[in-house]
Each structure stands twice: as structure tokens, then as C-alpha cells.
Design a protein around this ligand. Structure first.
Ligand code: FNR
Length: 411
């Protein structure tokens, strides 16, 4: 099935489902515990309506956004997704190239298969580097130094994985370290011969190349993955770690995974320039609120001087518009571009970005707003009322046709 026949991101997901063995598809698609958070992320967007304004000239529209001194063509970006090489060899390079071609940002995960030093040069304006703090302070510092040497534009530190979460689909499928290939898993995988062929041709489990410098000479991919598993998650990480990173990293620093307004404010006080309000796509704390629901409080806490971004559950152009109305500068997604890459390589990631771009453009026209940057909460309706709640509109007396007045007089 051609990638052009994917008309929306759900179509891409279905194409990926056909191409991937269940163990791999579920690893991407699944969430923690009962996957309630996954659903909450979608429902949060659906609780808002966009109230269109008509009779405005919307023939020229602009959805570009400025983030940390670079103008990106769309308000969408690619969230960091570790182990992408498992879904298609070289996926990290493909995602970076897709981000470059669409001129949108991509956060390269430190748990990627492509090494930072190989992937960053593909798209110097687009690749940001995302790291977790590990249990080893000198490795944390080295990761920052490597980002500096690779001339990465923005450093992102994810903080929402203090411990591994309970992902029951993975348990059921035997997705754990070491990767167990039970007979039923192998049998199911055989129904996806393209994936199996690529997996075997490239030597099986892909190497986490960012971690090779810290592994013993000659370590194979499973040993490197095991070593990574001893370094992360790092439950002892605190604000002190962020402070130490702030001391060495001079460029824009972003924290990903905060939800509480007080944490957001703390980050601002530490000199952080950006936040990705996120619940890790429902993959960590199943009882976590949706980032969209926290966004207004976070925005109020941090004021206007910090770049607020959002991810988790973004699947339509209208989601980006709603997030912008509530105070996010832009939004990111993780699974859709991974599904795209799994379905059709780089062309699939390009398709995911193009779908969202077209949807944003259409929604802007439909609601009568020419600039994504100009959106605000006055386009929103929720719980039976226009926003802002309480209303800023002063009731107008309706003018009846009467004596002709000049324009100047009426304005
Ligand atoms: C992730 N996510 C993630 N986040 C992060 O900070 N570092 C990482 O290495 C990963 N790895 C990862 C792998 C896979 C397969 C997925 C699906 C997700 C979370 C990711 O960055 C992002 O927060 C969510 O994917 C956003 O939710 P949606 O857009 O997938 O709903």
C-alpha cells in the first residue's frame, strides 16, 4: 500500500501495524498500566472546540514558528524516540533527514541507534539532543560535551523516567532485556517478512551507538544495551543535576517531561529556556494528567519569557492549534513519525509531517486566523462557554440600520 494513501496519522499507524511484528508495534504503540493516560491525552484535545471567525481575508497563511533563534516552517517537531533502529535500520538518520526537509525540529534521543555525531550533521539546524541523566556523573558531563562538540543547537533533558514503568504489552510480548524470542514471537514475526529480512540483514538487535564510548572494547549490541540499562533510569537525579548541566551548557536548555506548574517555575529559576510539557506519551505514569490540561497553569506560572512546547497525543492539525491557543509555542509528536518510518522509511516520516502541516494550514483558514503565532484562547470553547472563562467580551448593543454614518465615525 502506497504511503500516499495514508490520509491521516491513523492511516500511517495502520500501515506500520501491518509492517511490524507485534512485539515491535506494541513497543511503540503501548502505554503504561491500563493505558488510561494514552486515552486521556487524546480526550484532552477533544474537550475543546475551535470557534471559527469568518469574513476575514485568509488567503495568505503562515504557520512558521521561531524557536531559539531559528525559524521552523511548521509548529510540529519530532519527539525523541529511542531504539528507532529496531523498527527500521537507519531510522534515526531518516527521521533527521525528514525533519531537515520539512524544516522542523527533531530531538534525537540519547537512546537512539544512530550516534549523535553521525546524525547531527545531517540537519544542523533541526537536530536537538535529548539526554537522560544517568547514574554516572562523568558520563552525564561527557554527553553534554559531546553535544557541544557536535554543535547541537538545543539540549533537552528528559526528567520523567525516574524508574522504568509497567508496560504490560511489552511483558506479554516478551519485550525485555535480554530480548527473548519465544517461538510464538518468532512465528508472529514471520508474518512480516520485510521487517525480518531487514532485521537479519543488519545483524539483529541494533547497536545503541551513543553508548559505545562507555562500553568495553568490542562490546556487541546486547551488551551495550545491558550497560545502558545499568546507567538509566537514575532515580537519584535531582535539580542539582540540572544545575550542573546548566553550568556547562551555554546554549538553550530545555527540560522535557514536567507537568506541575511549581516544577516549571523551578526550572525557570534555574535558567532553563524551554519546557516540553509532556507525560511521555502515556508511557510512564498512567495516572498522570494530560499535558494539555496542565498547560494553562504552567503558562501562568512561567510567564511569557520561556518557550513552552507540548507533546503527548498530538494527532491532528487542530490539536496543534488548540495547544497554541492555550499557550504552547509549538508541539511535538513521537509515535506518528516512527510509524511513518516503520511503514515506508524516510518517505513515511515526511508524510507524517506533511499531513500535519496541511491540516494546520486548513484549520487556520477555517477559523479565520492567518498566523499560527497569533492564535489565542479566544478561539476556544469548552464546557459550555467561550474562553477566557468569565468572558472578556463586553456585551455590545446591536446597531439597527439608521442614519448613514461615515466609517471614521463608526470606528
Ligand atoms: C519515546 N519517548 C521518549 N522520550 C524521551 O525523552 N527519550 C526517549 O528516548 C524516548 N523514547 C521513546 C521511544 C518510543 C518508542 C516512544 C513511542 C516514545 C517519549 C516521546 O519522546 C514522546 O514524549 C511521546 O512519544 C509523545 O507522545 P505521542 O506523540 O507518541 O503520543
Amino acid at each position: 500500500m502506497s504511503i500516499q494513501s495514508a490520509f491521516n496519522l491513523e492511516d500511517l499507524r495502520q500501515q506500520a501495524r501491518r509492517k511490524l511484528p507485534r512485539i515491535a508495534f506494541d513497543f511503540i504503540d503501548g502505554g503504561a498500566d491500563d493505558e488510561a493516560c494514552l486515552q486521556r491525552n487524546r480526550l484532552a484535545f477533544q474537550r475543546y472546540s475551535l470557534v471559527p471567525r469568518y469574513l476575514r481575508d485568509v488567503s495568505q497563511r503562515d504557520q512558521s514558528v521561531n524557536l531559539f533563534g531559528h525559524r521552523y516552517d511548521s509548529p510540529i517537531g519530532i519527539s525523541p524516540t529511542g531504539l528507532a533502529g529496531l523498527f527500521r535500520p537507519d531510522a534515526d538518520r531518516m527521521l533527521a533527514a525528514a525533519a531537515r526537509d520539512a524544516n522542523v525540529p527533531i530531538m534525537l534521543s540519547s537512546a537512539s541507534n544512530g550516534a549523535l555525531e553521525e546524525v547531527a550533521p545531517i540537519a544542523p539546524d533541526n537536530v536537538w539532543f535529548q539526554m537522560y541523566c544517568t547514574t554516572n556523573e562523568s558520563i552525564n558531563a561527557d554527553l553534554v560535551q559531546r553535544a557541544i562538540r557536535a554543535r547541537v543547537r538545543v539540549l533537552v533533558v528528559s526528567v520523567d523516567v525516574p524508574v522504568n514503568s509497567n508496560r504490560e504489552r511489552n511483558h506479554r510480548n516478551g519485550f525485555s532485556r535480554p530480548l527473548k524470542m519465544s517461538p510464538s514471537v518468532v512465528f508472529e514475526a514471520l508474518g512480516h517478512p520485510g521487517w525480518v529480512w531487514r532485521y537479519l540483514r543488519t545483524g539483529g538487535i541494533p547497536m545503541m551507538r551513543n553508548w559505545l564510548p562507555y562500553a568495553p572494547m568490542g562490546a556487541k549490541a546486547p551488551a551495550v544495551a545491558d550497560m545502558y540499562g545499568t546507567l538509566t533510569p537514575a532515580p537519584m537525579v535531582t535539580w542539582q543535576h540540572i544545575r550542573r548541566i546548566r553550568d556547562i551548557w551555554r546554549g538553550p536548555l530545555v527540560i522535557k517531561g514536567l507537568l506541575h506548574p511549581e516544577d516549571a517555575l523551578k526550572a525557570v529559576h534555574l535558567g532553563v529556556e524551554g519546557l516540553v510539557v509532556s507525560n511521555h506519551g502515556g508511557r510512564q505514569l498512567d495516572a498522570a494528567p494530560s499535558p494539555l490540561d496542565m498547560l494553562p497553569d504552567v503558562r501562568n506560572a512561567v510567564g511569557k519569557d520561556i518557550e513552552l512546547m507540548l507533546d503527548s497525543g498530538v494527532r491532528r492539525g487542530s490539536d496543534l492549534v488548540i495547544a497554541r491557543c492555550l499557550g504552547a509555542r509549538s508541539a511535538f509528536f513521537g509515535r506518528p513519525t516512527l510509524f511513518g518510518v516503520a511503514a515506508a522509511g524516510q518517505a513515511g516520516a515526511v508524510r507524517a509531517l506533511a499531513i500535519v502541516r496541511a491540516e494546520v494550514d486548513m484549520v487556520l483558514a477555517q477559523i479565520g486566523c492567518c498566523r499560527f503565532d497569533a492564535l489565542d484562547e479566544r478561539y476556544l470553547w469548552r464546557d459550555g462557554a467561550l474562553l477566557p472563562q468569565g468572558g472578556t467580551l463586553v456585551p455590545q448593543t446591536v446597531d439597527r440600520p439608521g442614519p448613514v454614518t461615515t466609517l471614521e465615525e463608526t470606528e
